[in-house]
Design a protein. Structure first.
Length: 192
């Protein structure tokens, strides 16, 4: 079990013990540095084409002056500068899928696919696979294990396990609801 997956299970368990909201659904964490500016352009072209092919909404996600904190090798690394990219909306119950590069050619984000289902998850992983050649390094941590195994049954098993945990919490604690999509497009698995 990956560290991120274990943390997700602990978060759901924490909710069962008294927290007000919890995130634990199957999520894909991704980060990488493009080879160069032309690689970023190629990545954007592929991402746009894949969004069209999949029938997903796509929006510009350029930010002229961003101030964000990236977590790289367990350390908080501040970044100030422009972010250039796009955001895809694969499914109403999947979090937004961001591809935003800083002037340093680095991108980092995550997308919870738990409630969008396995088809959406697989499509996102396949897009990341197509993009891999354009990165000097691309790190993908897939809590559904599809990135590393290509095994859809394993992915479905992880999603079913999380759904079962959420349903158990909802049965044990009347008034709990979820999933709940917040204004940012992020999804809370359970909320009280």
């Amino acid at each position: 079990m990956s560290l991120r997956r274990l943390i997700s299970c602990v978060v759901v368990a924490g909710f069962a013990l008294g927290a007000q909201a919890a995130w634990a659904g199957v999520t894909v964490h991704y980060e990488g540095k493009a080879h160069d500016r032309s690689a970023v352009d190629e990545i954007m072209s592929i991402v746009r084409a894949e969004a069209v092919r999949n029938g997903w909404e796509i929006k510009d996600a350029n930010v002229p002056a961003a101030s964000i904190t990236r977590i790289i090798d367990g350390k908080d690394i501040p970044y100030r500068g422009p972010l250039n990219g796009v955001v895809l909306f694969p499914d109403p119950m999947c979090e937004p899928l961001y591809f935003q590069f800083g002037s340093d050619l680095f991108m980092q984000d995550f997308v919870k696919t738990q409630f969008g289902g396995p088809d959406v998850h697989v499509s996102i992983i396949e897009i990341l696979r197509k993009l891999k050649p354009f990165f000097s390094h691309l790190k993908v941590e897939d809590e559904g294990d599809y990135w590393s195994t290509g095994n859809r049954k394993t992915l479905e098993g992880h999603m079913q396990q999380v759904n079962a945990m959420i349903q158990e919490i909802k049965r044990a604690r009347p008034g709990v609801r979820g999933p709940v999509k917040v204004e940012s497009g992020r999804i809370l698995d359970i909320l009280q």
